[in-house]
Design a protein around this ligand. Structure first.
Ligand SMILES: Cc1cc2nc3c(=O)[nH]c(=O)nc-3n(C[C@H](O)[C@H](O)[C@H](O)COP(=O)(O)OP(=O)(O)OC[C@H]3O[C@@H](n4cnc5c(N)ncnc54)[C@H](O)[C@@H]3O)c2cc1C
Length: 465
């Protein structure tokens, strides 16, 4: 059995590792367009900040580790065409030399590419790019380009376009490096994937660390600054009321989301769905015979929403593992995502899982969201922090639908959201969360865990309504 994976990031490598684990005799080839297989691109912001001291440290595994697991790595090898009928993949190497790789089963893990918003100066003739200090950020190649700008031009200021979780991580990273950072976001509040009440807390944390946060601000144009200006670039934006917002900056990072990299599969005839992501079933089969797909290039099966597009590293790992197993003839099901995510913003963290009100309404629920706060551990023991919680449940059934948390980075926000994710995964009611036997000692918790206090507040307040 010869398996070929296209892509050497979370999905492709997870698939290859699982296949080799299940069948040490399987012939597994991974074609990777660049020379950086299995790098943790989620860690890029911490390399840019200097907290991760060398880019090589971002590797989940080294090339030697991957080869020791028994996969053939074809680096700097780009897949160009899938011949489904002949089960052959046309690839080119770094010099453009073509080769046909025969496969029994193929796994497409081409991931995503950054969205290029319609900003004048980003595209077309005379477009600005990394050499001018204007960057998009997704791959290790993009990271090296950003690092060259940071190290070779010693920028004093940066504009970050977008205040989603990656934009926030970069604002944190560049501030740690000593740059003056302005963040521009066209939506009304920072971190639009959480409710604006928590977004406002994120906004305040950015501001407390000197980041100028301009929400409701749409960037229209990036240009070279006129001579005599202190900064190298000029960023022109419009506020919601139509007034012009102009800022100078030595570098600009555009981080406004990703779109699935699905062209290769589409050209081979694969059916595409939402946002042009490759349609897969819950076993990661595409519509093409013997072709599986996983990761940021595919639609996401969501446990509450059905089909959506929710590109996350955790999901890519799971889907890759399922694809690797099933490509060998297995029967594994991808159980579905809840969109569980967490982000550190300076000294605070924000997290969410499941649905917010408007998403729950779209899915046919009758949601109520109740906000409350609790200490991460007994306040009499030094170093406790308040956690703000927003719990969403279904009014009719009492089912827990979602949770959002905000609190200090040492307040176990990530693991606390995982309690909620586990409860939602298993269809628990909000009330039943109080029955969970969770741990307690005063320096680390409370007899009622903070998440349980949040769910109890939901019960109290909804009964009152
Ligand atoms: C800065 C940053 C921070 C992030 N932080 C988090 C986080 O904290 N938590 C989280 O869950 N997620 C995070 N993510 C998202 C996460 O990194 C992605 O969801 C995950 O990497 C997707 O993995 P993938 O394998 O599907 O695709 P990708 O990582 O996009 O990789 C695609 C792979 O395919 C290769 N490829 C593409 N086309 C071809 C071709 N034609 N031939 C050969 N190879 C090809 C590429 O070279 C690459 O190896 C972050 C992303 C970024 C950019």
């Amino acid at each position: 059995m010869h398996l070929v994976m296209i892509g050497g990031s979370d999905a492709g490598i997870s698939a290859a590792l699982r296949a080799r684990e299940l069948d040490p005799g399987a012939d597994v080839t991974v074609a990777v367009a660049d020379a950086f297989p299995n790098f943790s691109i989620c860690g890029i912001p911490y390399y840019l900040s200097g907290e991760v001291t060398h880019w090589r440290n971002l590797a989940h595994r080294t090339i030697a580790d991957l080869e020791a697991a028994g996969m053939w790595l074809r680096l700097d090898t780009t897949a160009r065409r899938i011949d489904v009928a002949a089960r052959k993949l046309l690839v080119t190497d770094a010099e453009g030399k073509e080769e046909l790789l025969a496969y029994d089963r193929l796994i497409v893990g081409t991931g995503a590419v950054p969205v290029r918003p319609p900003i004048v100066g980003l595209d077309g003739p005379g477009a600005l790019g990394p050499g001018d200090g204007v960057h998009l950020l997704h791959s290790m190649g993009d990271t090296f380009a950003v690092m060259r700008t940071l190290e070779n031009t010693a920028p004093a200021s940066a504009v970050i376009v977008g205040a989603g979780y990656i934009g926030l991580e970069i604002a944190d990273a560049l501030s740690v490096r000593g740059l003056a950072v302005t963040q521009m976001e066209q939506l009304p509040e920072a971190l639009p994937t959480v409710d604006p009440q928590l977004g406002a807390l994120v906004h305040a944390e950015l501001a407390a660390h000197g980041v100028e946060v301009l929400t409701g601000t749409t960037v229209r144009q990036i240009s070279r600054a006129a001579s005599g200006q202190a900064a190298r670039l000029a960023v022109h934006a419009t506020a919601v009321d139509g007034t012009a917002v102009n800022r100078g900056a030595d570098m600009v990072l555009v981080v406004v989301g990703v779109r699935p990299d699905s062209d290769l599969a589409a050209e081979a005839g694969a059916v595409l769905g939402l946002k042009r992501a490759i349609v897969v079933d819950n076993q990661m089969h595409t519509s093409l015979p013997d072709v599986f797909a996983a990761g940021d290039c595919v639609i996401t099966h969501h446990r509450l929403l059905g089909k959506t597009y929710l590109p996350l590293g955790t999901t890519a790992h799971k889907q890759g593992r399922v694809a690797g197993e099933n490509a060998l003839g297995g029967n594994r099901i991808f159980a579905g995502s809840l969109g569980t995510q967490v982000v550190k913003i300076f000294d605070q963290a924000a997290a969410r899982t499941g649905l917010r009100d408007h998403e729950a309404e779209t899915a046919g629920f009758d949601p109520v969201t109740i906000e409350s706060a609790a200490d991460d551990h007994k306040a009499y023991y030094p170093g406790s922090h308040r956690i703000t919680m927003r719990v969403t449940g279904d009014r009719a059934t009492g089912r827990l639908l979602g949770m959002q948390l905000f609190g200090h980075k040492n307040a176990e926000i990530a693991k606390r959201i995982d309690i909620a994710a586990t409860a939602i995964f298993h269809h628990m009611t909000v009330d039943a969360v109080s029955d969970l036997d969770l741990s307690y000692t005063p320096p680390l918790g409370s007899p009622w865990e903070a998440v349980q206090m949040g769910t109890q507040a939901w019960i109290r307040d909804t009964r009152r309504q």
